[in-house]
Structures are given as structure tokens and as C-alpha cells.
Design a protein around this ligand. Structure first.
Ligand SMILES: [Zn+2]
Length: 66
């Protein structure tokens, strides 16, 4: 089983907390920022399996999405 690579931005979100990293490795989807949320159009809302960080202001390219 291949483990998902943790990106630098995700590490920053985790604040290098080993317990959170362990949780990430056991359930990566919970710590993966929702691609639809980043575009501001996730239809799953609270039910979404992926992370919806409320303070998310930048996408992976560093562009302001708001
Ligand atoms: Zn979502």
C-alpha cells in the first residue's frame, strides 16, 4: 500500500504534530483539502469526505481565490 505524499502546505496545517500525522497516514482523505472547496463550489459541504479549511484563502498556485 502506497502512502500519500504529504505536501508542505499540509505539513504546515498539521504544525508537525506527530499525532496528527499518524492520523493523516491512517486516513489521508480527511487531511486532503477538497479540490472543489478550493474552487468554491463543493456541493457536499459538511458531508464532504475531504477537508474544508475555513481559513483557506490561497490555492496551490498561491492565487487568492476570494
Ligand atoms: Zn468538499
Amino acid at each position: 500500500m502506497a502512502l500519500a505524499k504529504i505536501s508542505q502546505s499540509e505539513l504546515e496545517l498539521m504544525e508537525d504534530d506527530q499525532a496528527i500525522i499518524d492520523l493523516y497516514l491512517s486516513d489521508p482523505a480527511r487531511f486532503t483539502v477538497c479540490e472543489f472547496y478550493k474552487m468554491g463550489q463543493c456541493k457536499f459541504g459538511e458531508e464532504c469526505a475531504y477537508m474544508h479549511p475555513p481559513d483557506l484563502a490561497l490555492d496551490d498556485e498561491g492565487n487568492d481565490i476570494y
